[in-house]
Design a protein around this ligand. Structure first.
Ligand code: FDA
Length: 579
């Protein structure tokens, strides 16, 4: 029988990143995936700063940037009657609003980009295989049995038809929204599948002249009376600027799924472009459902699920693959430490405690964002009538010098601006806070957010928050505080007067059999804090300490230097590691 430490089912963003992380941490793993290759349609694309930080930790940020459409080309979210037709309004999105841009720059060393899944998956999967993952493509997971020591999975080689077993100490179910693994281990789910239906049309067409002056990832087209999306709203999404595109529109899930021929797909594309002389080459057509479901528990015994297997929601806010990769970043180091004997399996309980609330939050947010488009329809008078001609007349009335015209214009401006909860929700992406046995607050109460937690990222050095990013300098080069941490190991950050912490870390690394990276920041220390940004962010004294987990989250901090720092740090590490 084939044996490994971790068997990963699925090669999507969740499975490929889990494999890349585990291999980077030196954990033996096998990845099986059903099809002969990775994603064949560019579904996920919005790649947020937190995900870019995971890629940066893996040493893959530069490669991702080679394939990504940069932030400056993705933010002019346009609402129009067709690409060639009238524009209804625009909003600056994904951090391109001037205030939001500054907040993004302050929050992270990374840039939010547009990186379609068809480009992202090969980067993660390639790194995983290069670093040790044994991948078995065209291999379908069929079922599992677990016992006290491990999991035995049955898989089928779809090339030869042969069925065989793989024995692993742990299994990760990253098998997507129809997860067989989640079903087999009976994860409790809340919500509903199939609350809406959507069609994707992928096509090639040079649309530069309609879009290059207002570069964006998303162009929303409102065409009352057209056969698209009930009210007539379709999305033209950039896949590659400006010649590869994906059209999305919804259909009533209670109706029959529309049959999409190539000719019909071309017709839809031409109608949304608004110019049927543009050559259009249809690449693929597919249907998918809008879901509203999340798991209350992410694991059972030795089996852990992540990604769409445990949170299923529409693409609004672009959170799916981002959250999947962040799930993997949360679990991988914990599995590595348990498998290396540094932590007890109790550490693994913190995975559900930390990630399930995030999963629930993003499922709710993504579904809520769909409903929050209604004020745009309302402002244009599209909800007042079912008659397409009357709808068009209502839309036209926004141009009039009348009270109604003024009201419509204002309502439309406000409705578009309100969509920042979908298209510029920096807080949703970055304000994740954890509460679990792997976060030690010593009874202190977490401060509340002082600004809108969905819109505005608010940095915090309180345990359970992601380490604040600050630029620090070493040998004439700039590093982020995030660069000084992560990479599969614990890090302590201290400053002048904190030498006893560094000594304690050395002692405890040997005693506990873990790697603890010790960093002092300040004048003539390991890193310089020339701007004073770290001193302002850290919320502890120079001689205090911040203990950072391998996933950049703060496990604990001490404002000052206690009488016996080794005893303090031992107490904390033992608790975090569940020993
Ligand atoms: P995913 O579904 O990607 O992968 C599952 C894997 O499991 C696949 O490799 C599959 O072959 C494999 N598998 C399934 N069953 C198996 C079995 N029995 N045996 C072996 N292997 C099996 N997200 C985002 O972050 N930003 C965005 O902008 C968007 N945009 C977007 C647009 C559209 C149109 C859609 C439909 C979706 C998005 N998303 C998104 C969501 C995103 O695509 C989704 O959340 C991720 O792909 C989820 O990643 P997973 O790895 O969890 O599952």
């Amino acid at each position: 029988m084939l044996e490994t430490e971790v068997l990963i089912v699925g090669s999507g963003p969740a499975g490929s990143s889990a494999a890349a992380l585990l291999s980077s941490y030196g954990v033996d793993n096998i990845l099986v995936t059903k099809y002969r290759w990775l994603a064949d349609t560019p579904r996920a694309h919005i790649t947020n700063q937190r995900t870019m930080e995971v890629l940066r930790d893996l040493g893959l940020e530069a490669e991702a940037m080679l394939y990504a459409t940069p932030n400056r080309l993705m933010g002019t979210n346009v609402f129009c009657t067709s690409l060639a037709g009238e524009e209804l309004g625009r909003m600056r999105s994904w951090g391109s609003d001037h205030f939001s841009y500054a907040r993004h720059r302050i929050a992270s060393p990374t840039e939010m980009v547009d990186l379609p899944q068809t480009y992202l998956e090969p980067i993660l999967f390639g790194a995983a295989c290069a670093r040790g993952t044994k991948a078995r493509l065209s291999t379908e997971y069929l079922g599992l049995v677990q016992d006290e020591d491990g999991v035995t999975a049955t898989v089928r080689d779809r090339v030869t038809g042969e069925t065989y077993q793989i024995r692993a100490r742990y299994l990760i179910g990253a098998d997507g929204g129809r997860s067989q693994v989640a079903e087999d281990i009976g994860l409790p789910m809340d919500g509903k599948m199939g609350v809406g239906g959507s069609i994707n049309i992928v096509f090639k067409a040079d649309l530069s002249r309609f879009v290059a002056h207002r570069p964006s990832a998303l162009y929303w087209v409102l065409q009352p009376g057209s056969d698209v999306g009930g009210i007539g709203m379709g999305l033209v999404r950039m896949v590659r600027p400006w010649n590869e595109w994906l059209i999305v529109w919804g259909y009533d899930i209670n109706d029959k799924q529309p049959e999409i021929t190539d000719a019909y797909a071309r017709e839809v594309a031409h109608s949304l472009i608004g110019d049927d002389t543009i050559p259009v080459e249809i690449t693929s057509v597919s249907a998918w459902t809008v879901n509203h479901m999340s798991a209350r528990k992410y694991s059972s015994g030795r089996v852990f699920c992540m990604g769409d297997a445990v949170h299923r929601h529409p693409p609004s806010n672009g959170l799916g693959s981002n959250t999947s990769i962040q799930d993997a970043f949360n679990l991988a180091w914990k599995l590595a430490m348990v498998l290396k004997g540094a932590a007890t399996p109790a550490l693994l309980d913190s995975y559900t405690a930390e990630r399930a609330p995030i999963g629930k939050q993003i499922v709710n947010r993504a579904n809520k964002s769909i409903g929050e488009t209604a004020p745009i329809f309302k402002s244009l008078g599209l909800l007042d009538t079912n008659d397409p001609e009357a709808m068009i007349a209502n839309m036209e009335s926004r141009k009039e010098n009348t009270q109604e015209g003024r009201e419509r214009r204002k309502a439309l401006r406000d409705a578009i601006a309100f969509k920042r909860y979908e298209f510029d929700a920096h807080g949703v992406e970055m304000n994740q806070r954890y509460d679990s046995s792997a976060i030690i607050t010593d009874g202190a109460v977490r401060p509340d957010f002082t600004d809108d937690p969905e819109l505005v990222y608010q940095q915090s050095a309180f345990p359970g928050a992601r380490l604040p990013h600050a630029w620090i300098e070493k040998d004439g080069r700039d590093f982020s505080t995030l660069d000084a941490t992560g990479h599969g190991r614990f890090t302590i950050l201290t400053g002048i007067g904190g030498a006893p912490w560094i000594e304690s870390a050395r002692t405890l690394a040997g005693e506990l059999g873990i790697e603890i990276h010790a960093v002092s920041i300040g004048p003539d220390q390991d890193y310089e804090d020339n701007y004073g940004d770290w001193a302002r962010a850290r919320e502890v004294e120079d001689h205090g300490v911040v203990l950072v987990r391998p996933d950049h989250f703060i496990a604990w901090r001490s404002t000052n230097l206690p009488a016996d720092p080794t005893a303090e740090l031992r107490r904390i590490l033992m608790a975090v590691l569940g020993r």
